[in-house]
Ligand binder design. Structure first.
Ligand code: SF4
Length: 431
């Protein structure tokens, strides 16, 4: 039993995930400028560059470190062009309430270039006062000067990909940073003025025992990060780990060990004052990730960059995962003449689809149930035009009877704590 998903998937993509190859077939998302975003929305910016490629990674990520640095400037320019395109095409009624730079390793762009990109995007998209602005980084790709640059540019939240505190485990993942580099990055972030730091940890790693997971967790907790994400490793097709697993050369701890590690993680974090607010996410009060909450509330988001997914006014689309296609120079002309005409498919969009009513109701149910405060049945009925129990006849009652869901007054439904470990089985009932 795997307690938590490895990383958010295309259904709830805080990351770009892997781009889908479904060909674009019909219409365009909310084209024509007449669709206004009446609700809060978030901007996701995918920066695919990484110092190396981790052996378990199936994200849209380009390893190679500085060898691929020639792409950095064209990529930042292409992201800025894409932002201008969508602002002109979608004409949102309000600026984003959050911006999340994910990857990949956004800090591989270099702090100055990343700060300039952020400034350019805010100029084009605007930004709500007090917005959350997150940058993901990996140890070894940031220093104090760079973090100060990001902080001065308006970045107010840092998400550090640690994964494990044991160098041997990091090596087994082909992550080439060390625990010491993580500690240096963390301290530099504090010195630079970051008061909202998230740390990513992984469970279910090859060679990871419950004891060394607990030691690593305690070392992280001693630092007092405001937020912590704990994901189980998932062996994805096409990765070196997948090939190794098929050859019988990947010794994973096993489902019971994974469940024990997650239970320990949850208990220690709650005892330390963290709120377990989403299946894989814990936060000190007031520090839930506002950007990711948009995904779980089935809100609109716009994804920029290769492999990025968007969800806007009943449409979904995903960008190409090919750097050369994405960075291709548009035809010469005035900036406004470079935009694809209204109603035409942007050349970097790989696929798009309208979200039909049934799918919207399904996603609204299982995304909402990821939040451990539970799903507000009245808000669901207002949003989707039908009561949850009417949309899925008998499902809620069956899950309540099996003890997998609980009623939480007033009129909320939430996962039972024992069901968190098998949440995907619960969600499947709403598909
Ligand atoms: S750092 Fe993250 S995105 Fe980059 S290769 Fe490793 S797992 Fe993938």
């Amino acid at each position: 039993m795997v307690p938590v998903p490895a990383r958010p998937t295309a259904a709830d993509p805080p990351r770009a995930g892997s781009a889908c190859s479904t060909p674009a077939s019909h219409g365009t998302p909310a084209m024509g400028g007449g669709h206004l975003a009446a609700r809060p929305w978030g901007l996701y910016v995918h920066v695919p560059f990484c110092p190396y490629k981790c052996d378990y990674c199936d994200f849209v990520a380009v390893g190679g470190g500085t060898r691929v640095a020639r792409w950095h400037t064209p990529y930042a320019e292409a992201v800025t062009r894409e932002a201008a395109h969508w602002m002109a095409t979608l004409a949102p009624a309000s600026p984003p309430v959050s911006i999340f730079y994910g990857g990949g390793t956004p800090t591989m762009l270099g702090a100055e270039r990343l700060a300039s990109l952020h400034t350019a995007l805010v100029r084009r998209c605007g930004l709500t006062a007090g917005a959350e602005v997150t940058v993901e980084c990996n140890p070894g790709t940031v220093d104090l000067a760079g973090l100060r640059t990001l902080r001065a540019a308006g970045v107010n939240r840092l998400s550090i990909g640690l994964q494990a505190m044991q160098d041997t485990l990091l090596l087994a993942l082909n992550r080439r940073h060390t625990a010491a580099e993580f500690l240096a990055a963390y301290q530099a972030a504090r010195t630079a003025g970051f008061r909202n730091i998230s740390v990513d940890l992984m469970l279910a790693l090859p060679g990871q025992s419950l004891a060394n997971f607990a030691v690593g967790l305690d070392q992280v907790l001693a630092l007092g990060p405001e937020h912590l994400s704990a994901y189980a490793l998932q062996v994805e097709e096409g990765t070196p780990f997948f090939a190794r697993a098929r050859r019988g050369q990947l010794a994973l701890p096993g489902e019971d060990a994974d469940a024990a590690a997650f239970a320990l993680c949850r208990a220690r974090l709650i005892a330390a004052g963290y709120e377990h607010y989403e299946i894989s996410n814990f936060a000190l009060p007031g520090h839930r990730c506002r950007h990711n909450l948009l995904y779980w509330h089935d809100a609109d988001y716009l994804g920029l960059g290769i492999g990025a997914h968007s969800h806007w006014q009943g449409w979904r689309w995903a960008n190409t995962d090919r750097l050369a296609v994405y960075c291709a120079e548009p035809p010469a002309g005035a900036p406004e003449e470079r935009l694809p005409p209204q109603g035409a498919l942007a050349p970097w969009v790989a696929w798009q689809e309208a979200v039909d009513e049934a799918r919207a109701r399904s996603e609204g149910a299982f995304l909402g149930l990821r939040l451990l405060d539970g799903l507000d049945e009245d808000a669901y009925a207002r949003r989707y035009g039908i009561a949850l129990r009417a949309a899925f006849p008998g499902v809620v009652e069956r899950l309540l009877a099996r003890g997998l869901l609980q009623e939480a007054p007033p009129r909320r439904l939430r996962l039972a704590s024992d069901a968190v470990a098998i949440a995907n089985r619960v969600f499947a009932e709403f598909v």
